[in-house]
Design a protein around this ligand. Structure first.
Ligand SMILES: [Fe+2]
Length: 235
């Protein structure tokens, strides 16, 4: 459980979509940055490529991003992992061919005053589901898959696996239509008690901002692949 619970809760708000946040040129700069960065993870089984936004890349873009985000959420610090040299990582690019499951990005330090996270789509087709339900612990993948739950030897920056979300929000079965349309990559039983707050339909140039305590997952709507940039903040 996070230590500064009251302060974290005080900063909570509904998710927010900002349209026309970035121009076409700016989006192209993000795409160029993505292409330049070295690959951090290429998980062939999950068909996902992850790249870390390393500080020495895209410095002008970082300034632009920082100012635009500050304008929306006020003072913040990046809350990202560090690379092997101890340098900050500004964000995480993800190129995925499969939808990402239910999780929380609460971070890895329970003393931190976690704040907002952002998502910038770099490809047009995709959507992200934000639930009303919140969780006050470290970064966790929520699953009922027995094999997944057995994974204990986690590497630096890997989410823990847990089913402790079940029962926290009641046992009401999840909406069948929403499940079929948007979240059919998840077992419906894994979504018991959850209620959708927002389905963010990706639109290039826009940005999604939401609390780090919101449970979320990607939707099952993917056209081939999608690329997004996520950043995490704390106070
Ligand atoms: Fe996430």
């Amino acid at each position: 459980m996070h230590k500064h619970l009251e302060k974290i809760k005080k900063n909570e708000d509904q998710p927010k979509v900002i349209k026309n946040m970035f121009s076409k040129e700016e989006i192209n700069k993000f795409i160029n940055l993505y292409n330049e960065l070295p690959i951090t993870v290429h998980n062939k089984k999950q068909n996902v490529i992850k790249k870390r936004w390393l500080v020495e890349y895209g410095k002008d873009l970082e300034q632009l991003f920082y100012n635009k985000l500050k304008n929306e959420i006020g003072e913040f610090r990046y809350d990202n992992l560090k690379n092997d040299d101890g340098n900050d990582i500004l964000g995480l690019f993800q190129e995925s061919y499969n939808p990402i499951g239910l999780h929380i990005d609460g971070g890895f330090n329970l003393e931190d005053l976690i704040y907002k996270q952002t998502l910038i789509p770099l490809t047009p087709v995709g959507s992200t589901v934000i639930f009303k339900n919140r969780f006050y612990g470290q970064s966790t993948n929520f699953t009922i898959d027995k094999k997944e739950l057995q994974k204990k030897d986690l590497k630096y920056g890997q989410n823990k696996r847990s089913s402790e979300h079940l029962g926290l929000y009641g046992n009401k079965p999840f909406d069948k239509d929403l499940h079929k349309k948007f979240i059919n990559h998840e077992k419906i039983e894994n979504l018991a008690g959850l209620e959708v707050e927002l389905i963010y339909e990706w639109e290039v140039g826009s940005m999604l901002i939401f609390d780090r305590t919101n449970l979320h997952c990607s939707s099952s709507v993917i056209d081939g692949k999608k690329i997004g940039l996520t950043t995490f903040t704390k106070k």
